[in-house]
Write a protein that binds this ligand. Structure first.
Ligand code: HEC
Length: 308
């Protein structure tokens, strides 16, 4: 009876964790399309990515040998995958769910499309729909340039985007840009992403209470939000616009995580004391065992003498 109750409890818990049901992708993500037509070179790049990141769970496409997980990872050649729109595949690979890892930080947009191109190469009857080109005033073949500056009165950081077209400089309008500040670990987004105006300028609010380094410098980097369409162009600048902060660097003297050389003497001595004490007891116990063993041997031979 008890076993039955345990079984039922176990079942309820496991279904609670695993019965995720259908994987619903937000409506605005379903329709996402690649801006480039899948090609055999993309499929080849995607095959490598799949081999390195996905085959361990999903198995070889077409061989129906995913590892037994609940829910099943599924064979990428099968209908579990082919029933998805490109946008759904993109979302599921980027976001992950439970045992399906999120590949947001491992795979760039381009790499994600490469692996989708590879997966699609197994889907008979699949016809790719390519995203329409975004309308901007960037002339075909122009190279983009970006600049970053600060206006102390307005407390705003300006990002200017210019298209260089055969010597002509055209301000780029209607393109979203974002700014991040470099921190010890990772990057801190500054304000909200903004679109450039008719002068090619986006202004982003600056919070001048943000801590900087010891002289108030902060390292800012501007980039496009839609890197798929506009590329990975960035501009980085050290600006003296933050609050000077005298936080010890991670490798400064006396920091907890530092090298032995910088540890205070009392830590070294208590550590050494601990090690010596532990070894003392280990050796003491070992010697005592040896003594007991020797005594036992003596006794046996004593008895033997008595008997014979
Ligand atoms: C650790 C194991 C694991 C790895 C590694 C893994 N997956 Fe998955 N994947 C899963 C599991 C489990 C599911 C089912 C998740 C669910 O339905 O909740 C899944 C589901 C998916 C789906 C959704 C399928 C559907 O039901 O619509 C896609 C797409 C997918 N994986 C692609 C990939 C790609 C591409 C890679 C490599 C870049 C990858 N996975 C790596 C375990 C994994």
């Amino acid at each position: 009876m008890k076993n039955y109750i345990l079984l039922i409890i176990g079942f309820v818990i496991s279904t609670g964790v695993y019965a995720q049901g259908e994987w619903i992708v937000p409506a605005d993500k379903k329709g996402k399309l690649s801006t480039v037509t899948f090609s055999s070179s993309m499929e080849k790049l995607g095959a490598d990515i799949f081999k390195n990141n996905c085959v361990s769970c999903h198995g070889t496409p077409g061989q129906n040998n995913p590892i037994p997980l609940m829910p099943s990872p599924g064979d990428p050649a099968g209908s579990k995958f082919s029933d998805n729109t490109d946008g759904e595949l993109y979302y599921k690979i980027q976001e992950g769910r439970v045992t399906m890892p999120s590949f947001k930080s491992a795979l760039s947009a381009t790499d994600t499309w490469n692996v989708i191109a590879y997966i699609r190469s197994f889907h008979k009857g699949y016809k790719q729909e390519v995203a329409a080109k975004v309308e901007t005033n960037i002339p075909e073949g122009a190279t983009l340039a970006m600049d970053l500056s600060y206006d102390a009165d307005a407390k705003k950081v300006f990002v200017k985007v210019i298209a260089n077209n055969e010597g002509e400089q055209i301000p780029v309008a209607g393109v979203d840009v974002k700014i991040v500040a470099k921190r010890y670990f990772g990057q801190l987004p500054i304000g909200e992403p903004k679109a450039t105006d008719g002068n090619g300028i986006a202004n982003i609010d600056w919070n001048d209470e943000l801590p900087g380094d010891s002289i108030g410098n902060v390292a800012l980097t501007a980039s496009f939000v839609d890197t798929e369409n506009y590329g990975d162009l960035t501009v980085a600048k050290d600006l003296k616009i933050a609050v000077a902060t005298n936080k010890p660097a991670l490798n400064a003297e006396r920091a907890m995580w530092n090298t032995v050389k910088k540890a205070p003497l009392w830590i070294l001595f208590s550590y050494l004391g601990g090690v010596i004490t532990v070894w003392f007891f280990i050796i003491y116990v070992a010697l005592s065992l040896k003594k007991i063993f020797a005594l036992g041997k003596d006794e046996v031979s004593d008895e033997e003498q008595v008997i014979y």
